[in-house]
Design a protein around this ligand. Structure first.
Ligand code: COA
Length: 699
């Protein structure tokens, strides 16, 4: 990838002498951005472009070419690529649109483009992109109208248009970049290549990405996890499309759009997700400018009560802690601050504070060993001296080497001071909540990095038994497993199911019920009947022999009458699990990431409130535990309001088992274990019912 960011020579194929043409703008950008290497304009008609000698083809250029930027119409791109291959150019940017984004012909064209590139050993950025900027080598191989200053952010964007807007905004706000890549259709170079290219790039401190989709989810997760250990990766992902048009037959399937898969995947690989471009930059600037706080303990400095309280609320909501201000610090503050000040966090030096008082406060509080980060809130009042305050804050932050974020609230009165803060790499936010959010994200990132590995455990499982069940269902032309089969699959992986036998006559039903112990549940067994209760095919709470026999006869009668053609395989007599909290576990297959496992509380919690959490399988014990903690109703499982707590270890074990099952068997398209009844701590969990859909072909 070196030639994309530090080429010694660049050819622009489709360079034009005519102002207003993209091929003209790119030559001018290369000339004005400070690029010191050779520039070769390529144009069959013009001998000279913008004062540079032009060549009819790359093959005519006298020197070697490290990077070619192609900006000829789509029909001419493939022959140009062939010439690039002949010239042994290994890096090409294709600005031209009209490829896979434009319909079937474009799709074919792009496939052919990929073939030529592969054959010729050429790495390609684009097509349909804005180009590349690398400030370190003064390279503007794009048609972006602005060139940002050098800085430590590296930005990749799938959308060229959004990237132009971001660059424009960045120039106005003095945000600097190391590298910038608009990769458009991503025929070759994409998110994963750029993560790899920047993970050890000394110029890049923070990687920022705008993405709409990914060609290979698992590969992204693997690489992003490694890169995130080294530097923060912040992503805005747009376009939460549904998982596809196929019919969904499980709860899990209906609750899992691809948005859930991305959210889960990002959590699992430490990627920081921003939900808007605004948030992306709130976070990016904090990470780029400041060190990551050592702990959650933050001090709020303020000259105004209201904003101080807003900041305090935000700190609590975000899971940060108000640093306890030490007695020595309070004593020192008292020597200079009016008695009406608040000497504890949030430290309020009052509205009439000039720069002297505010900065004394900042200096004193930052010196406190209990304080690991500070948020300086300032509102413009008559005695306020924003500029001088900003200078003092910068000096204090530098002296104590502690992360500081600012919230200078207001308009014109604050502009100069905010610029000064920016010059000292102190990010400013218009409202306390946004500043606190940025700080909290930094702290969470540190905590993620410090977490030990979450190893994938393997449990004993009867893989052959599962294969046999799938084979026999397919042999009968079924992809929806019957309840008995689904139970056997889950059981083969060690999940406890209630005791159960299939009876062929009333006598047998009574005998099995006696053996299992009352009360029992009886259910009709037929692969043709999915909704058994609608046809009277389920009876719960059967308490004696006679009742079991009657239930058997009645079920048979009803099914023969209402579903005369159904393949009837008997009646299953099951132990009735009476106690325990109902939770649901499930899995669905995401087109990008593969098996996605879901957890939630049963009943209305999943059906109405959609209170569920997801992880991409396989995952380890910590993530299984996080899945439980993430649902809003988790306190109910932990034993809120006098309820007995549940056996959380049993839920974790069931989630890990499910994760292993769906990883071992990619042919499981969807499954629900619903309900899993969970007893009190130490009592375990029992899967009362399961449902599984597999692919038609084994995989
Ligand atoms: N080799 C070298 N130069 C060639 C050539 C070839 N094989 N074929 C054509 N050219 C020259 C043309 O003669 C012209 O130069 P001129 O101005 O001196 O005549 C120049 O290349 C451009 O060709 P032209 O036909 O004028 O095309 P254009 O500039 O109107 O459009 C694109 C070319 C690539 C800009 C256009 O096809 C396109 O894709 N636009 C969309 C770009 C976009 O939005 N990308 C995504 C951004 S996010």
């Amino acid at each position: 990838m070196k030639h994309f960011f530090a080429p010694t020579s660049v050819a622009v194929v489709g360079a034009s002498a005519r102002a207003g043409k993209i091929g003209h703008d790119i030559i001018r950008n290369l000339q004005t951005s400070g690029f010191a290497g050779a520039i070769y304009p390529i144009n069959p008609k013009s001998p000279e472009i913008l004062g540079l000698k032009a060549y009819p083809s790359v093959l005519d250029a006298d020197g070697e070419i490290d990077l070619a930027v192609i900006v000829v119409p789509a029909v001419a791109v493939l022959p140009v690529m062939e010439e690039c291959a002949q010239k042994r150019i290994d890096s090409v940017i294709i600005i031209t649109a009209g490829f896979k984004e434009s319909g079937p012909e474009g799709i074919e064209l792009e496939k052919e483009l990929a073939r030529i590139a592969k054959r010729g050993g050429i790495r390609v950025v684009g097509p349909n992109c804005l180009g590349i900027i690398a400030t370190g080598s003064g390279l503007n191989a794009s048609f972006a109208p602005v060139f940002p200053k050098a800085g430590s952010l590296a930005l990749m964007s799938q959308s060229g248009a959004l990237a132009t807007a971001i660059l424009d905004w960045s120039v106005q706000n003095g945000i600097g970049y190391s590298k910038f890549v608009s990769f458009g259709n991503g025929v070759d170079v994409g998110v994963v290549d750029l993560l790899r290219a920047w993970e050890d790039d000394p110029e890049t401190r923070v990687i920022v990405a705008y993405m709409e989709g990914l060609p290979n989810g698992p590969e992204f997760m693997r690489v992003a996890k490694e890169v995130s250990q080294k530097k923060p990766v912040i992503v805005v992902k747009s376009g939460n499309t549904q998982a596809g048009a196929r019919a969904v037959s499980s709860h899990t399937g209906s609750l899992a759009g691809s948005g859930e898969a991305y959210t889960a995947a990002f959590k699992q690989c430490g990627v920081i997700r921003a939900h808007s471009v605004e948030e992306l930059f709130d976070l990016a600037v904090a990470f780029a400018y400041q060190e990551i706080p050592r702990s959650r303990r933050v001090a709020i400095l303020t000259n105004a009560g209201g904003p101080g309280i807003m900041a305090t609320d935000a700190v609590e909501t975000a899971g940060l802690e108000l640093a306890p201000i030490g007695a020595d610090t309070v004593a020192k503050l008292r020597t200079k601050l009016p008695p009406a000040s608040n000497f504890h966090n949030p430290v309020d030096c009052l509205g009439d504070a000039g720069a002297d008082r505010y900065n004394f406060t900042a200096e004193t509080v930052l010196a406190d060993p209990n304080v690991d980060a500070a948020l300086a809130v300032l509102t413009p009042q008559t005695s306020t001296q924003p500029y001088e305050t900003a200078e003092g804050l910068a000096a204090a932050a530098a002296k104590y080497q502690k992360p500081m974020l600012a919230c200078f609230m207001g308009g014109g009165a604050m502009t100069g001071a905010i610029d000064l803060l920016g010059g000292h790499r102190i990010p400013n936010y218009p409202y306390p909540e946004r500043a606190v959010q940025a700080l909290a994200t930094m702290v969470r990132y540190r905590e993620w990095r410090e977490e030990p590995e979450d190893p994938i455990e393997r449990f004993e499982a009867d893989i052959e038994a599962v294969k046999a069940i799938f084979r026999s269902a397919r042999a009968e032309g079924r992809v929806n497993l019957g309840e008995i089969e689904a139970r056997e699959v889950v059981q083969a992986y060690g999940v406890h199911m209630p005791k159960s036998r299939v009876a062929q006559n009333a006598e047998e039903a009574a005998r099995f019920a006696d053996e299992i112990g009352y009360p029992v549940v009886m259910k009709i067994v037929s692969p043709d009947i999915l909704h058994k209760s609608d046809l009277g095919g389920v009876r719960v709470g059967i308490r004696g022999r006679q009742e079991a026999m009657d239930a058997f006869e009645l079920m048979m009668l009803r099914i023969r009458r209402y579903a005369p053609n159904a393949d009837l395989r008997g009646v299953s007599v099951q132990e009735m699990v009476q106690t325990g909290r109902e939770v649901i576990l499930g899995s669905t297959r995401d087109p990008q990431f593969g098996p996605l496992v879901m957890f939630g509380l049963g009943g209305i919690y999943v059906e109405v409130l959609k209170d569920v959490s997801f992880r991409v399988a396989p995952f380890g014990r910590r993530h299984a535990r996080m899945m439980i903690d993430e649902i809003r109703s988790a306190p109910l499982l932990r034993g809120a309001r006098g309820e007995r707590p549940c056996d959380l270890d049993a839920i974790v074990a069931s989630l890990l088992t499910l994760s292993q099952l769906v990883t071992d068997f990619p042919e499981i398209v969807e499954m629900d274990v619903n309900p899993l009844k969970v007893g009190e701590p130490g009592q375990g969990a029992v899967a009362v019912d399961a449902r599984i859909t597999i692919t038609e072909q084994s995989q």
